[in-house]
Every structure is written in structure tokens, then in C-alpha cells.
Design a protein around this ligand. Structure first.
Ligand SMILES: [Zn+2]
Length: 205
């Protein structure tokens, strides 16, 4: 049985760790003018980097963060573009645009079909990539993709409960997860919704 003294030692260690982490994050943030996304967005990925690499200099942190986002975006785009291409029979860009960190752009930039990806956490990136592909399909090809399989409405890429999902706004329900890796063992098994032009009558053929 662990003694009270050991709990106190652990508590103090965790408190100290958290203080050092927050202090380091403020320093990195002030140097890079870097904010870890909107209020409430996950900073677990920053904690992961901190746990693995310790108190990295800001420039090194920026490179690792950029590399991480670039890889996640590439993987997500490959999957999302494949699903969108299959459903719409349209030619979807499969390569993100990259601008590595520089003096002018301390965190670099990763974009999909002209839409900058703001998130660094995996689920945030997947949702933004899905949104970017959806925007591309709508703007370039006037096609609504993907559609809710139950209601036929256009879906919205969001992060809910820590998971990137396609959400049906009109009826307030989940359609399916965006990232197939997170859908294993869950309800719909990651099957992607279909797509069709908004008005698939003869006039649009
Ligand atoms: Zn629906």
C-alpha cells in the first residue's frame, strides 16, 4: 500500500511538471506567435512532443510541429480524396501544398486545394482536410459531397468527442467517422457516405 508521503511526492512532481510545461509553452508561443488553435482545441499533441523531446527551442519545435502536420495532412488527404473521387468520379487533388517554417512564417503552412490547415492535432487536421476537399468539390464542380445516407443532406466535417466525424446538421446526428483508423469496432465501421450532384436531373447531365 502506497503511503501518503508517496502520493504527496507524486503530486508535487506532477505539479512541477505541469508548471514547467506551461512555462515552456508560453515561451514558445511568444517566440512563434503560435497559438495552439481555438479555445478548447486539443493540445495533447504538444504534450506528446514535450514528453518526447523536453524543452525544445522554438525553432526546433516549429519544425517538428510542421513535419507532424505535413505527414498527417498527406495521409488524411490521400484517404479523403480517394473517398471523394470514388463517390463523385471527379479528379480530386491528392497532394497538399507545403511552405516550411521561415522567418516570415514561423510555423510554416500546409494547405489543401487552397485551404490552409490550421490544426496540428490529428483529429483537427482530418476534419479540416475533409472540409477542404468538400469545399473544392463544391466550388470547382458544384457538387455536394458527402451526403447524409439517411436524409440526403450535405454533411459537415467537425470534431466531436475528440473524433473527426461527418455530422448531419439538419437532423443532428453522426453519419460516420472521417478517419478510418478511429472507426475500428464502432457502429458504421467507417463506411463513407455517398455523393451526388445537388440536382441530378437531366439539365445537369
Ligand atoms: Zn442525416
Amino acid at each position: 500500500m502506497m503511503e501518503v508521503g508517496q502520493f504527496e511526492v507524486r503530486r508535487r512532481f506532477e505539479l512541477r511538471y505541469e508548471q514547467r510545461f506551461k512555462c515552456w509553452l508560453r515561451k514558445v508561443d511568444s517566440e512563434l506567435a503560435f497559438l495552439p488553435g481555438p479555445e478548447g482545441r486539443s493540445i495533447d499533441w504538444i504534450r506528446d512532443l514535450y514528453r518526447e523531446h523536453g524543452e525544445l527551442p522554438a525553432s526546433r519545435f516549429a519544425l517538428l510541429a510542421f513535419d507532424r502536420k505535413a505527414r498527417t495532412t498527406s495521409g488524411a488527404l490521400k484517404c479523403v480524396a480517394d473517398a471523394a473521387g470514388t463517390a463523385t468520379r471527379l479528379d480530386i487533388p491528392t497532394t497538399p501544398e507545403f511552405l516550411p517554417p521561415s522567418a516570415d512564417l514561423p510555423m510554416g503552412n500546409v494547405a489543401v486545394a487552397g485551404s490552409a490547415i490550421q490544426s496540428f492535432d490529428r483529429q483537427g487536421v482530418w476534419a479540416e482536410v475533409a472540409d477542404a476537399v468538400q469545399t473544392y468539390v463544391a466550388d470547382r464542380h458544384v457538387t455536394v459531397w458527402p451526403l447524409c445516407r439517411t436524409h440526403g443532406l450535405g454533411l459537415h466535417a467537425v470534431v466531436r468527442g475528440g473524433e473527426a466525424i461527418w455530422w448531419c446538421n439538419g437532423w443532428g446526428h453522426l453519419d460516420c467517422a472521417i478517419s478510418p483508423r478511429t472507426t475500428q469496432g464502432k457502429g458504421r465501421g467507417g463506411k463513407w457516405p455517398q455523393a451526388r450532384p445537388p440536382e441530378p436531373g437531366p439539365a445537369h447531365r
